[in-house]
Design a protein around this ligand. Sequence first.
Ligand code: DGJ
Length: 720
Amino acid sequence: MIRYTENDKSFFLEGADFTYAMRVDSNGYLTHTYYGAKIARADLGYYRPENVRSFNPVIPGTKKAYADIMQEYGTANLGDFREPAMISRSVSGDCTADLRFAGYYILPKKHAVKGIPTSRGGETLVIRLRDGYNGLSVYLYYTVYEKENILTRRAKISNTTGDTVFLERALSFTLDFYGSGYEVLTLAGHHAKEKYPQRSELHQGIYSVGNIRGTTSANHANFIALLTPGTDEEKGEVFASSLMYSGSHYESAEVDESGRVRLSSGINPGSFRWKLDAGEEFETPEAVLCYSNAGLGLMTRQYHDFFRRYVINPKWVYARRPIVLNSWEGMHFSFNSERIFETVDKLKDSGVDLFVLDDGWFGARDSDRAGLGDWYCNEKKLPGGLRAIADRCAENGLGFGLWIEPEMVNPDSDLYREHPDWAVGIPGRPGVPSRNQFVLDFSRQDVVDHIKHVIGDVIAGSGACYIKWDMNRPLTENFSHLLPADRQGEFQHRYMLGVYELAEYLTKRFPDILFEGCSGGGGRFDGAMLAYFPQIWTSDNTDADDRSMIQYGTTLVFPLSASSNHVSISPNIRNGRATPLGTRTNIAYLGTFGYEFDVNRFPADEFARIPADTARYRTIDGLIREGDVYRGNNRHDGNDALVCVVSKDKKRAVAVYLQALNPHKMNPRFRIPGLDPDRLYRVDELNLMLPGSVLVNLGVTLPRYRNDFGSTLLTITAVE
Ligand code: DGJ
């Protein structure tokens, strides 16, 4: 619900349980008044969150200090010395923006933003700010949803100055909090260790994360949250932001000298500069803000509902996903038709639905040193081409899936030999390889068009019903042969627009194909990618214990169904850790389930368990896709972890418990959160019938595990 009250010039944006209020002050600035639990639409004209400090620059002709104004879109060069949302530099070099309220309108239906994925639905308030001195306009977009605790924000900068301006910074939002003592939470890591939570106190100064790698990255998720001290799974206020963007990003929380906090997020200014000619507009990506007054658990459930209802393609979001066996960990580059046929023959009647042929099927791709860019099947390895594999899969009742990495080229490839200028690089300097590959210049339309054509044709002719889109290196040498010098700063964002264009094209052209995203594991796991790819490979680390930590951070924000999880061989090929098959399976069940091993090296007794394990997944997968997540302990904080998925009607639940080291003489004990305290439940595996209040508060005990990394899955059903 969006309301404007003329007498105190206030805007009230209301979701299910929160209010976000703004006010136009007597000088015409759009100021932030309130964000938190729902409040009445009272006259807020009385409220003056001001600080009395000396030596602060004031608005000419007034006594009002710029630094006092909690501006909704912080601007630069006038006396608010905190992080600005925008810096626009005129051709004469002036980078001042004095943005004041210039009107508003409400969109009952959200417009799509050209070139960048955004969420759907909701009611949108558009506020126009204008600099009366140079004429620049900024449109702030706020979308609220009647039944959600989500607010989305983005900005559009419109060059109505009559001359060129250069945007040196264009964040999606800044948001001021009048209050101190918040903690900050971000998700950080590296390849094979994605999204580990980092939580710290804030002090005067700037806490920031982000990167200039040109991708979301495994190093820093584009997520940031302020927490009131003591926030845990069930209590505390959380103000979180998740950016719908897949390129370089920046998140910060700045505490000023008065203790106020400014939260911001958007495209990273460190690798961005945009020339905006007169009449042109620049759209920032959308940030998804979530308010919770019941800790991180409620934040998670609200984010999950939001991404499921308003971002992920409705055709796929709740659809039964295929259980795949992916060739990568088992075969890497060493396969041929015989080995693949043997694999798919063995999968018959196993409950595995689909075989995915990963990297290595095209051009001269016998290792990661060659072939990327040459998107034709290597018929020496695979006589009869991809169709022959798809056919063999079909004979065994399986679907066929295919790996692609469309944004890349190996220098040792026909594509590179023919079009060296299509690779990103700077004339006169040696190209910087990473994993022996260069990045194709997706800021160029001719390159995107070529890839659309060749990849589109490969997919069309392959018989595949699933595509895994990988991306395995960061962007460096940000430069395009086609961009003029004063537009080279646009390279990274233009690259992203090219990637989105290809994703849009392929997913529209092949609406019945399920696309899975990937970037060296979870290096590009973000809300924008989810708009195209209903599921994303969470990490190249398939060890169950590490995965429990990686999946914790990933599904703090994104739905379980988006997290693609595979059971692999033990000891794990990455860290050598041995874990029981039951534990690998239980942890992988907490998402979209699959396998990744060599059928000839997987122990026969474990292979024999696959039909039962896939059948068991099919009894819980609807719940995994649609249910609410409640967490107990997690492995970042201790020796055990508990994830419970409860159906919306509280009639069914599945709980997965993991204990890392096996403590001497102690039985595992845990509570089962999220159940209805007033219902009676049956816990099948423990042969128990207990009231919800007992399971939630006292919990259950299990027999002691014999080894480390024990785990248990409990299925819980309400007794009518
Ligand atoms: C990185 C991915 O994360 C892996 O799953 C695999 O697809 C390799 N790339 C293939 O090169």
